[in-house]
Structures are given as C-alpha cells and as structure tokens.
Design a protein around this ligand. Structure first.
Ligand SMILES: N[C@@H](CCC(=O)N[C@@H](CS)C(=O)NCC(=O)O)C(=O)O
Length: 305
C-alpha cells in the first residue's frame, strides 16, 4: 500500500517527515495541501484535523509526526529511528525541541520574515490558536522578545553534539535528530536573514549537513482527488490489539480526540485502538466510507462523548 504524505513545502514538521522518509529510503506520493484552513480535500480524510503533515495509507490516516515516524518504523524497521537504549532520551529531547525550543524559534523567524510570508498566514495562525490578529508591530515585538530564548538554547544543541557524539541522543540516529533538525531548518528555510545565528556553531553545521544528506526518499506527486479515491476504494486495516489504561473509555465507545495545544479541531468516531503510544478512531465519511484516524497518545485529549 502506497505511503501518501499530505504536506506543503515550507512546513517544518513536514520537513521532519520528508527527511525521515529519506532516512528510511522509502518511496512515497506527495499531495500538496493548502497551508491555511479551510482544507476541503484533507478534512474528509482526517475528520477535522487540519495540521500538517498527515500520512495516508489506504483508508488509514496518521496525524502528527510523532506518530507518523513510529508508523514508518513499523512498516520499515531498518534503519531504525528508535535504536535500543536511546529511545527514552531521544523522546525527551524531541519533546524539548518541539515544545520549548520551537515556539520562540517560530515567533523569531516569523517576525524577521514578516514581509515574505503569504498574506493570509498570520490571520490563519491566529485563528488556529484562538488569538486576535496581531499588528505587524506586535509580530515584530514578539520576534525581539523571543530572539534571546532561541539564542540561549542553541548552545544546548552544540553541546549535545560534542564529546564525540555524532548524533543528538548519542552514537546512533534517533527521532531526536529529526525533532531538533526541523526548527533549525525553519530558521533559514525562507531567507538567510538569521543564518548568522548559527555561525558560531560548527558542530551544528556539520550535523545539519549530514541530516540534509538523508534526502527525502523517492517521491512523486499525487492529486488530492486521487488520494480521496485511494481512501474510498480501500478498507482500513484491522487495528492491532489494544492495551488501555484504567482511565480510558472502553473500545467501541463514541469518542472525541483533539490536540491539546493548538489547531484543536475535534475528530469524532468510534474508539478502535488505545495503548500507551496511540489512539485511533473509526469514522464514516459519506464519500469515502470507513476511515480510521490515528493519533499519538501524548499531545492529544481523548474524551468519551
Ligand atoms: N505536533 C504536530 C505539529 C504539526 C504542526 O504544527 N504543523 C504546522 C505546520 S509546520 C501546522 O500544522 N500549521 C498549520 C497548518 O499547516 O494548517 C506534529 O508533530 O505533526
């Protein structure tokens, strides 16, 4: 079954997924989705989730790169993203990179590149976070306030790469490499205006070069229409056995899942899989039939309706 990545070029989380596909030497099809809502060809697949990227395999939809990388590992275990012994540390570093390091990075980069952003982007991102639309001045002030947070954390990364460590969590490649890479990629993806921030860090530069060399695997474009047809003519795979916590709703209950931070559009359906890493629900779309939508456990709120 083909791997279909719904993405757009300047999405840094999509870059994380593309690079993981490259690391594993996978072939995939790419559907370009709009960078702002509404996303009328994506939400029939996800049931409402609008963030980027999304991985489709037939009538199974994987939301969030945390789960997308796990799913790639399941389908092609080698080379591994979760080498024995480094996984806990890698997961914790990845959490830091995406929850503590990336937000100031995003505010700094967006402020500095304000004149280069698509005109509707700020308004969409404010709506996505339930915030009022900021003025240009507010965006620039946020950049000024957040630059020190970026600058204070860059040395952490240089330090992780010292002491003979080739990769972020030690001697082997892990998910932490991909989670730390994409915020740095974002820094100079749109312009070179912040390239000077990385200049003092030779180890970061060398490691980013080795990350870039993984490439994106082999990809060919697919239209949104074709991806919807793939979902319509496929059946979701039978979910693997669940291993719920006592607090979880029983399987087959009607549940709602949504992100716990931003882009919190709810997805509703019947709970079909729940364990420590993943939650999945089955929903029915009038055109596509049954779809199973998968989320990582961490970062998502699961509620019985
Ligand atoms: N935790 C999510 C975060 C994804 C995310 O925030 N992606 C950004 C793009 S880089 C996004 O969705 N922006 C709004 C959009 O694309 O609609 C993941 O790991 O996939």
């Amino acid at each position: 079954m083909e791997l279909i990545l719904h993405h757009y070029d300047f999405s840094n989380y999509a870059e994380k997924a593309r690079l993981a596909l490259g690391y594993k030497g996978l072939a995939w099809r790419g559907v370009i989705i709009p960078p702002v809502a509404p996303k009328p060809d994506l939400t029939p697949l996800t049931g409402g989730y609008r963030r980027t990227p999304v991985l489709q395999i037939g009538a199974d939809i994987f939301c969030d790169t945390r789960l997308i990388l796990r799913e790639l590992e399941r389908r092609k275990p080698q080379p591994s993203l979760y080498p024995a012994g480094s996984t806990a540390l890698a997961d914790m570093i990845a959490y830091w990179a995406e929850h503590q390091f990336f937000r100031p990075m995003s505010l700094y980069v967006s402020g500095v590149n304000l004149d280069l952003l698509p005109p509707d982007l700020q308004a969409d991102r404010s709506r996505m976070r339930d915030l009022p639309l900021p003025s240009a001045k507010t965006v620039q002030r946020a950049a000024t306030r957040n630059a020190p947070f970026v600058r204070a954390q860059l040395p952490f990364i240089e330090a992780l790469l010292s002491g003979g460590h080739a990769w972020i969590a030690g001697p082997q490649v892990t998910v932490a490499d991909f989670a730390v890479y994409h915020p740095l990629w974002f820094m100079t993806a749109r312009s070179q205006r912040l390239a000077h921030e990385l200049a003092p860090y030779p180890r970061i530069a060398d490691w980013m070069e080795r990350m870039r060399a993984f490439g994106h695997g082999t990809s060919s474009p697919m239209s949104a229409e074709e991806a919807l047809d793939v979902a319509a003519s496929a059946q979701p795979q039978t979910p693997r056995a669940s291993n719920p916590f006592d607090e979880d709703p029983p399987l087959s209950r009607h549940v709602r899942i949504r992100a716990d931070d931003y882009g919190r559009d709810p997805v509703e359906g019947e709970l079909v899989l729940v364990d420590a890493d993943e939650i999945a629900l089955r929903r029915s779309d009038p055109r596509l039939g049954d779809i199973v939508v998968h989320f990582p456990r961490l970062g998502y709120d699961l509620r019985q309706m």
